[in-house]
Write a protein that binds this ligand. Structure first.
Ligand SMILES: Nc1nc2c(ncn2[C@@H]2O[C@H](COP(=O)(O)OP(=O)(O)O)[C@@H](O)[C@H]2O)c(=O)[nH]1
Ligand SMILES: [Mg+2]
Length: 273
């Protein structure tokens, strides 16, 4: 298993013979929130795998990984990064490690399990053959249970509109922490280099897939948003007032990065041959 230079410890393995979908869970100081049982349940028939990434935590997060990794040989991996680099790089490290076992899909899920692993697994299972990217989406509909604070909802709507315009993609919710990606050459290339943003990397990753420098792009028809039956707002999340400044700064970086990629991609498409 290949992991980036910042990972100082890797425990466990994924059995390439049976693991088809690998779910990465980035964890920074999650000793209090992380409940590995629903993740263990998801591993059920052996076609799913989990990669837990400790993003340089200063609490006992690493010790919380043991039961899952020891209890599911061939289906679970724990990676400890020596320093904290933010969610985007933690996810990228985990996804690159997952690619080493050649699965059909790689995905990620927040450690608070605001999206239930069982529901997410079903979404990936049901995915149609022509779909390469699945985005779980928090849409309030009758009969669904999306328990999101109004402030979060409004900030989410503003950001999603911004991201939708940047990407030229009619997407509703870019920031839900559960997404799945079919393993393709363009995905491998998209994960090869560091993200420029830590919190908005989801949009950066979509841009790298839709507007790649080389190779086949993921077309709009290959992206699907799936409304979640249930989403719960778990206390202890990262996005407070303190991170608002960082996110505003990242939005500028994102706008530049995505616009450059789109323009470069358009020029490539217009070139003869
Ligand atoms: N706060 C924070 N979270 C990180 C970092 N690296 C990885 N993560 C993980 O990224 C996810 C963020 O989810 P959460 O804290 O619930 O954020 P929110 O629900 O969007 O406020 C969690 O799984 C974190 O453990 C980091 O550097 N800082
Ligand atoms: Mg959360």
């Amino acid at each position: 298993m290949t992991v980036s230079g910042d990972a100082d410890l890797v425990v466990g393995s994924l059995d390439p013979e049976r693991v088809e979908v690998v779910v990465v869970v980035p964890c920074f100081n999650e000793a209090q929130r992380l409940d590995v049982r629903p993740l263990g349940d998801m591993l059920g028939d052996g076609s799913f795998g989990v990669v837990l990434v400790d993003d340089g935590s200063t609490d006992a997060t690493w010790n919380r990984f043991g039961t899952l990794v020891d209890g599911h040989p061939g289906s679970a991996v724990a990676i400890r990064c020596s320093r904290n680099r933010g969610k985007g790089e933690a996810v990228r490290t985990g996804m690159r490690a997952a690619l080493g076992s050649d699965p059909r899909w790689v995905a990620y899920l927040d450690a608070d399990l605001a999206v239930a692993p069982a529901e997410f697994a079903q979404i990936v299972h049901r995915c149609a053959p022509g779909i390469d990217v699945i985005l779980a989406s928090r849409v309030r509909l009758l009969g669904y249970h999306i328990d999101r604070r109004l402030s979060r909802h409004l900030v989410g709507r503003v950001f999603a509109t911004f991201a939708s315009l940047l990407l030229a993609l009619p997407v509703y919710d870019t920031q839900c922490g559960a997404k799945g990606f079919r393993v393709t050459p363009v995905l491998r290339a998209a994960l090869a280099t560091e993200f420029e943003t830590a919190w908005l990397f989801d949009v950066e990753l979509l841009a790298r897939l839709m507007y790649p420098e080389h190779g086949d792009a993921v077309g709009v028809d290959a992206l699907e948003e799936v409304p979640l039956r249930q989403w719960r707002d778990v206390a202890g999340g990262a996005l407070g007032v303190r991170s608002a400044g960082a996110i505003a700064r990242e939005s500028l970086v994102l706008a530049r990065t995505v616009s450059v990629a789109r323009r470069r991609f358009e020029r490539r498409r217009q070139r003869p041959g």
